[in-house]
Structure formats: structure tokens, C-alpha cells
Ligand binder design. Sequence first.
Ligand SMILES: NC(=O)c1ccc[n+]([C@@H]2O[C@H](COP(=O)([O-])OP(=O)(O)OC[C@H]3O[C@@H](n4cnc5c(N)ncnc54)[C@H](OP(=O)(O)O)[C@@H]3O)[C@@H](O)[C@H]2O)c1
Length: 248
Amino acid sequence: MRKNILITGASAGLGEQMARDFAARGRSLALCARRLDRLTALRDELLAAHPGITVAVRQLDVTDHARVFEVFDAFRAELGGLDRVIVNAGGGKGRPVGTDGFATNLESARTNFVAALAQCEAAVRIFRDQRQGHLVVISSMSAMRGLPRGMTTYAATKAGVAALAEGIRADLLGTPIKVTTVYPGYIVSEANPAGRAKPLMVSTEQGVRAMVRAIERERPKAQVPAWPWVPVGFLMRHAPLRAVARFS
Ligand SMILES: NC(=O)c1ccc[n+]([C@@H]2O[C@H](COP(=O)([O-])OP(=O)(O)OC[C@H]3O[C@@H](n4cnc5c(N)ncnc54)[C@H](OP(=O)(O)O)[C@@H]3O)[C@@H](O)[C@H]2O)c1
């Protein structure tokens, strides 16, 4: 059983709901994000509902790489070990390439890819030392293909983190350290509000329930919710680029 779980980007959306679901399963949590007030409120809520667990919170901007290592190490010391780390912090802002949106795209690339590398480095360093652990990287269904318009950089970062996770998995094959890549479809969150519904979008509760079940199985890869995203993923990978560009 993975008792102590660290989640980055736990102040909103999927990270916040994963914290709720794992707390309900009796797990202790290490939660970080930039908005400490929201983490503190979440900690109070979780401890009131599940008094037997431990919930540690710390402020962290994942693009501050040195702090990522410091905060992960501090959480490990506070909880007496980390059994699972979920690299979840991320954002979907983007502009079409070549339209003066470089600053926005660079911010997405730094948060979703470079900072994810820092988080993987910090987590796997701890797991190698403990000789056990489960690294979970939250990619996206948008990693299946190169995507147009404002999705181009985002999709590339999510393909990048999926490749990063697969490489780490290859490096650790045959060891007690496991690596899972999660590819969520559209799930309501702060970044994806219900008012701006996208096709096939599910509620935060429904989407995260599927994510948590997939994470607990510890398989190498999971597209969630499996229906309809496994067949949609197949279509995305095999459809002509013109069709992908039109329907994405
Ligand atoms: N929702 C979807 O449909 C969907 C689909 C596929 C993949 N995903 C992925 O799922 C993950 C969570 O997304 P979400 O939809 O839950 O988004 P969200 O509601 O906007 O939440 C994003 C979380 O990431 C944190 N975060 C963002 N930048 C950060 C930074 N520099 N340092 C630390 N924390 C940071 C935010 O916290 P602070 O602002 O407090 O720092 C927040 O807790 C992302 O990796 C996203 O790409 C989401």
C-alpha cells in the first residue's frame, strides 16, 4: 500500500480532487502549489473528514527548481518517507506558434516540461535512496498527436513528459520503483471550467475517480476515463493530420 502520497498542483482542479480521493482511502498526503491559503483550507477539510491521516502542506512554485528538491526532501522528512509522487502541476495556456505568443508558450513549456523534469529528478532521487516508490506523471490525451492553434506547445509538453516518464520506466525496469503515465481526457477543473464545456468532458469527481483507480493499478500507462478516451486515442494517433487539426 502506498501510504504517503505527494501531489504537486494540489490547490485546485484534478490535484485537489485526487487529494480528497486518496484521503478517503486513508492515505497521508504531502500537498504543494503556489496558493498556500487554498492548501491550508484543503488540509483542514481533509483532517476534519479523516482525522487518522497526516496532511502536510507547503508553498511551491515548481519552476523554482532548487525549491522543488528542498520541498520534496522536507516532505519526505516530515512524513517519514514518500511512497508515491504525482507530478501534476501544470497549465494549458498557449498561443499559435509564430503569432507573438512566445512568452505564453515559454511559460507553458517551463511549467509543464522543465519543471516536470525537476519534479521527476527530485522524486526518483528519493525513491532510489528508499529503494521503492511510485512515480506518476500526469500527461494528457493531447500528447497523442501534434495539435494546432493554442494547443501546439501544450500538446508538445505533454508528449515530452510522457516520453520522459517512459525513459525513467525503462531505466528502472526490474526494480521496485514503478512509473505510471496518466493521459486524462477533458475533465472539469479550474483550467477547464464547466461553463466552457468541451466535447466528452466529465465532472471533476468522475474524471478523478478514474484517474485514482488507474494510479492504484500502477500500470505503465492509462488513458482516463478509459471510455471514450482509449478509442479516441487510437483515432487521434491514426487519423490524417487534417482530421486531427479540424476536430481538436
Ligand atoms: N483538466 C483537464 O481536462 C486535463 C486534461 C489533461 C491533462 N490535464 C493535466 O492535469 C494537470 C492538472 O490540471 P487541472 O486541469 O487540474 O488544472 P488547474 O485546475 O488549473 O490546476 C492546476 C494546478 O497546478 C498548479 N500549478 C500551476 N502552475 C504551477 C506552478 N508554477 N507551481 C506550482 N503549482 C502550479 C496550480 O496551483 P497554484 O496556481 O496554486 O500554483 C493548480 O493547483 C495538469 O498537468 C494538466 O495539464 C488536465
